[in-house]
Write a protein that binds this ligand. Sequence first.
Ligand SMILES: Nc1ncnc2c1ncn2[C@@H]1O[C@H](COP(=O)(O)OP(=O)(O)OP(=O)(O)O)[C@@H](O)[C@H]1O
Ligand SMILES: [Mg+2]
Length: 250
Amino acid sequence: MGNLLKKHSGLRDVRFILAVGSGKGGVGKSTLCAMLSIALREAGYLVGILDLDFYGPNIGILLGAEKEKPLIEFGKIKPVIVKGIKILSLAFFTSEREGIFMRGPMAQSLIKELMEKTEWGPLDFLILDLPPGTGDIFLTVLDWISLDGFILITTAHKLSLSDAKRTLNLLRESNVPILGIVKNMSNLWEGEKEWESFLKEEKIPFLLSIPFIKNLSEKENLEALTQIPEIKEIFKTLGSKILEKIFRIH
Ligand SMILES: Nc1ncnc2c1ncn2[C@@H]1O[C@H](COP(=O)(O)OP(=O)(O)OP(=O)(O)O)[C@@H](O)[C@H]1O
Ligand SMILES: [Mg+2]
């Protein structure tokens, strides 16, 4: 089904579809997606990002695209383009003051519609920002989209690791290629032993650690932070790790 959708939809000219997910909420998925999109752009690739967090869409804020509106023409959706990155987020269609009430089946048909109607054009990478957990949206993505790589992000806290395990099991059952795991806010929690045994038990490749970056939570617009050496270095490591994994797998 996934491949079928890829061939006949606005995804046909997309080379690799990557997804970023976690078991737990608030561990840095959207931040990582935004970082990865910038990192891959800086490495010379054409990048798109699709915010599938229907209940809390915020990719637009992280990439400085809050005021943008996508163009809808002849039933097709054109993503907005900010600094070379194509972006589509449900936030573009709603206002912050509106609560987003959407039940599972509605979310599912919306994903399918977005997949079919969005004209991404040629892209090297489309990055999917998933909502937390393994609910309807996560399962729909696994069913309908053939992912080329999944990046798991977590903090090293016990609860976050326990939720990450559940996500990993589902990914394995669905044969999704797992590129590896990112440890976020790594300096806030020193449970090194638990972390090491998690990696060993789960046999998941470790990609990189991202420390707590004060600037990041103060600004929330990553494009404004690309010149800070500490952050620039993280973008670079992240980009090269993912490229290395993707080109080794495919
Ligand atoms: N390494 C970091 N340093 C400082 N702040 C961070 C870091 N990573 C994430 N944050 C902050 O933590 C908050 C949550 O991050 P983010 O929204 O990316 O998480 P999420 O996993 O996408 O959340 P949700 O589950 O709600 O989608 C944001 O305010 C973000 O700026
Ligand atoms: Mg998010």
